[in-house]
Design a protein around this ligand. Sequence first.
Ligand code: NDP
Length: 247
Amino acid sequence: MKTASKVALITGASSGIGEGVARLLAANGVRVGLAARRTGKLNSILQDIIKAGGDGIVIEMDVTDPEAVKAGVEALYAKYGKMDILVNNAGIMPLSDVETLKVDEWHKMVDVNIKGTLNTTAAVLPYLMAQNSGHIFNLSSIAGRKLFTGLSVYCATKHAVAAFSDIMRMELAPKYKIRVTSLQPGAVATELYDQITDAKYRKNMDDLSRQMTFLTPEDIAQSVLYALQAPEHVNVSEIFILPTEQP
Ligand code: NDP
């Protein structure tokens, strides 16, 4: 897929991986719909993108709200008259042991990581199916293929994203020429760990960051661009990308 003039919806574009992907795609001519709840951050990222010669819009979107998702997708389509790429990136990771019963956090992870992905997919897919082309990226994780204590619900959500992603690929790629890529990064330096309320796991993540050089959002963005720029007959269905020092 040539990237110039394509249109992408990127969820969770206000920080971390989503921001990195948005900046790199915009630098490669993709018109970006920057979606998240913190519109102040999105506006400042968009200003940078425009200054660098790119194009895009800010979309206030809580991915857990299907109406907000639908309205945001319609706004992006109304602006550019097409839709080519969806990056299902919005996610949260408040880690804890099961026995601490942080039930609210379990539900939030299911709502954002799984239902959010389903909401945006449902809103974008009709456009991609109508044009018989497109590329969907789903942010699974190393936690979507391996299990770790303390990550029970997070692992469950990321395994769910990986399963949904691969079956979507099986169904949509042959029929509609829609490519689907599941991204499974190891540790990336972002704001993700800031939401961990459990002191033990907050410390674990801080210790881990001292033991190895984490990936950067730019590293993940480069892998998205690689899959996007592959020839149309190539579907890079999974990307498992790790810090070199991460086992
Ligand atoms: P960040 O915390 O930096 O980014 C998370 C993004 O998700 C933010 O832009 C946030 O925007 C958005 N978000 C959270 N909740 C919602 C919501 N309800 N509606 C819309 N947007 C929401 O973390 P990362 O960049 O690290 O995470 C991005 C994805 O990558 C996640 O799915 C994560 O699970 C996955 N991942 C991360 C890894 C890592 O080590 N960092 C490793 C493997 C996968 P806002 O608050 O403005 O709404």
